[in-house]
Design a protein around this ligand. Structure first.
Ligand code: FMN
Length: 502
């Protein structure tokens, strides 16, 4: 094959040479130039470069493979994927976010594309006496146990943790301004509080194992610092504190900030060296057992004068989680909320094995936390925030039914900012300026346009939740429960999630 390709390239080159000899115009000179470059490339591929066997065997032609490999995702998304099979978030779900964000038509023509008779199909049942959705109650939930003195009146939908660093400054500003307009909360992510977070929206200040904005480096190790933490935690915008143990996309790993995205500005905010990859450790330096952890949570609560304190985790070892909740009950001290992240959760950057094979998916994790809190008598004090691919109102209703009080959404809000699921968050080349630090790309995201979309998506989704709940004949959102969600199981029978999981 190699000799055939080389022969074709040389013949084309010679023919172009003859053409130029008889018709020496500019067009033919250009043709000859292209043919000559082709011949040189073919010789280089076949005889000089030694790295790529495919290129040695198929000079020039093999280069097409690299081009198609590069463009595979785009070709897949634009030409191949249908409404229901795109991953991680399918086109139907992405479209509803775009439509709600832009307040565009959000109805579907001609009927469902879902297979209602397929295994795993889920639905709720409507009432003969539906309610008026304008009168549905329960879109806000008060977070704060009896240990907390500054309870927070939260929306049932908030922006889940995503740092400045992972996201661009314009994305952070638009999210925060949208949160302000819609009166919901914006989680800072573990990268600390930047000026872009301070647009007036309510903040959940996340403290990860890197203690960015809450610690300092001593002998190369990141440690918690009371003064630095208090300075940030006491800001009036900060309504709740979240101590991060793990996130579903990389549980047991710790955060990763790719070197390219660690700009001078971000490095300054995090007090690290710019343009180096920053890996947060997998565990907290501030505590190493349950007693120390509970003492730490109380210290954090005291340092911010009693704001609600929570922990974020993806459920791992069930015995460990039960032991932790038991320890809370035993000493009668506990966090005000637990944010449960499903293994299906998103990330800016994670190792493949951690994303694909570690951690409990949200449904099982959420149910387990809910059961354990009930078992140990803490369910009334500790609120549950659930995150993991909640996009439309059915997702929200389902997770609330399974035990969540509040839903956190990360990627849905990215979509509301114009994210096209290019899946380049770890490369600094996000084409829509959401998950990049490249100034030109960041500039493409117009904050004044996108902030409204963030608010619209929140508001329209809450409205859709109310419509679903109203159709079910229920007055208050928090009254939905596992007996309201039906699933077709592998025997083709319809069972409730209550029967399946309880
Ligand atoms: C770009 C990006 C950055 C994230 N950064 C953080 C982070 O700093 N801290 C954290 O706890 N979770 C982080 N997450 C996880 C989200 O907060 C959330 O838990 C997870 O994506 C599940 O929500 P989703 O399915 O709605 O995206 C990040 C997710 C994404 C997509």
């Amino acid at each position: 094959m190699r000799d055939t390709i080389l022969a074709i390239v040389v013949i084309v080159n010679v023919l172009c040479g003859i053409l130029v000899y008889f018709l020496p115009d500019i067009g033919n000179y250009i043709l000859l130039g292209i043919a000559s470059i082709g011949t040189m490339l073919a010789i280089y591929d076949a005889f000089i470069q030694k790295k790529h066997s495919l290129m040695r065997a198929f000079p020039i032609v093999a280069r097409l493979r690299w081009i198609f490999e590069e463009e595979r995702e785009k070709i897949q998304q634009y030409f191949i994927e249908d409404d229901l099979n795109g991953t991680p978030i399918n086109r139907e779900k992405r479209s509803i976010v775009y439509q709600r964000s832009k307040r565009e038509i959000e109805t579907i023509p001609f009927g469902t594309q879902h297979n209602l008779y397929g295994k795993g199909y889920e639905f709720v049942k409507h009432s003969l006496f539906p309610k008026n959705h304008h009168h549905i109650k329960g879109e806000r939930v008060v977070v704060g146990s009896d240990k907390c003195s500054q309870k927070y009146d939260a929306s049932i939908i908030n922006i889940s943790a995503m740092s400045f660093g992972s996201l661009s400054k314009n994305a952070i500003m638009a999210l925060n301004q949208g949160a302000k307009m819609g009166a919901f909360a914006h989680n800072t992510g573990e990268g600390g509080i930047s000026p872009y977070h301070l647009q007036g929206g309510d903040l959940i200040f996340q403290v990860g194992t890197g203690y960015f904005g809450a610690g300092k480096t001593i002998e190369g190790k990141r440690v918690f610092d009371e003064e630095i933490f208090r300075l940030n935690a006491m800001r009036p915008e900060v309504k709740m504190i979240e101590i991060k143990f793990s996130q579903g996309a990389k549980p047991g790993h710790g955060g990763i900030l790719p070197a390219k995205k660690n700009t001078e500005e971000i490095a300054k905010i995090r007090a690290v060296t710019p343009f180096t990859r920053v890996d947060s450790p997998p565990n907290h330096a501030a505590f190493s057992n349950f007693d120390e952890m509970i003492a730490f949570l109380q210290k954090v609560r005291d340092l911010c004068d009693g704001k609600p304190i929570g922990i974020k985790l993806c459920v791992g070892n069930n015995e460990e989680i039960e032991a932790m909740i038991k320890a809370f009950a035993k000493v009668n001290n506990y966090p005000d909320f637990i944010a449960v992240d499903g293994a299906e959760g998103g990330t800016g950057s994670a190792p493949l094995e951690f994303t694909n094979y570690i951690g409990t998916p949200l449904i099982e994790g959420l149910i387990f936390i809910d059961k354990m809190l009930k078992k140990h008598g803490l369910r009334k004090e500790i609120k549950i925030i659930a995150s993991g691919k909640a996009v439309d109102a059915f997702d929200v209703v389902k997770y609330l039914a399974l035990g969540a009080d509040i839903i956190g959404m990360a990627r849905s809000f990215m979509l509301s900012l114009g994210c096209i699921q290019a899946r380049e968050c770890n490369l600094d080349s996000c084409p829509v300026g959401v998950a990049t630090q490249d100034e030109d790309l960041v500039g493409a995201l117009v904050v004044e346009d996108k902030n409204v979309r963030v608010k619209n998506y929140h508001d329209k989704t809450i409205e859709a939740v109310k419509e679903v709940v109203a159709a079910m004949g229920i007055d208050t959102i928090s009254d939905v429960s596992t007996e309201h969600i039906y699933r077709r199981d592998s025997n083709n029978e319809i069972i409730t999630l209550k029967k399946l999981y309880y």
